[in-house]
Design a protein. Structure first.
Length: 238
């Protein structure tokens, strides 16, 4: 086995180790996003938006990446042409899918704000509906956590819901022993739509940065595995 093949094999093993680590990172990021955003995204359960599925999809991708890295590591460690070829094919398919998803995300990025607002408004209109008390609870929690009020601002409670007062969660009075209300002047001035949109965009930027690093590692892994598979064809790597 030549020095070049040994180097390629070593590099492939290192790249697949990074591939494995990246999978763990993706799972962790997905879990963090899901845990931090669970209550927030419940506000979007009505309408066409499906933001609750995003963290779950990220976790699934992380699991797949972690499992796929096994083929590359095993192939490099055991000199297995079959595992290397399987790894190269699977990673190539994942790369193509990621590229397509990236294009789709770019195309629909401009529609994110409107979709988010529509989903929030659907649940906000049920704030006083006793048959779905989870909406009131979720809205109170998000307003208290993000220091925001209503969809566009505190005036939503007066205009959209025709309420004579604003909930105490709009001014830091959620965890009091008796129900509290706020005056318009003391309520948080910023709407929760703006706060949530910034949170989602910030999380998207983090996932995008991870995706770019991941794509670079993928390309290196594909090139290394293909080189080793080619060498094995000529008997230099068995």
């Amino acid at each position: 086995m030549g020095l070049g093949v040994q180097t390629a094999r070593f590099l492939l093993f290192i790249f697949n180790f990074l591939f494995f680590v990246m999978g763990i990172v993706i799972i962790t990021v997905g879990a963090i996003v899901a845990s931090k955003s669970g209550a927030n995204y419940n506000l979007l359960s009505e309408g066409s938006t499906k933001f609750t599925e995003v963290p779950v999809a990220v976790i699934i991708v992380g699991v797949i990446v972690t499992l796929v890295s096994f083929f590359g590591c095993f192939g490099a460690a055991r000199n297995s042409r079959a595992f290397l070829l399987t790894f190269a094919i699977i990673v190539s398919i994942i790369f193509v899918l990621e590229f397509g998803l990236g294009i789709a995300a770019y195309v629909f990025h401009g529609k994110l704000g409107d979709a988010l607002k529509d989903g929030m408004m659907n649940t906000f209109k049920n704030y006083k509906n006793d048959t779905v008390p989870e909406y009131k609870k979720d809205w109170d929690n998000i307003q208290d956590d993000l220091s925001c009020c209503g969809v566009n601002g505190p005036a939503d409670y007066l205009k959209e819901l025709q309420m004579i007062s604003i909930p105490g969660s709009c001014c830091g009075k959620l965890n009091t022993t008796t129900p509290q209300t706020c005056g318009l002047e003391e309520a948080y001035p910023t709407g929760c739509w703006d706060k949530l949109l910034k949170n989602i965009e910030g999380q998207s930027a983090l996932l995008g940065a991870i995706g770019i690093a991941f794509a670079f590692i993928q390309l290196l892994g594909i090139v290394m595995s293909c080189c080793l598979v080619k060498r094995s064809k000529y008997g230099e790597y068995v």
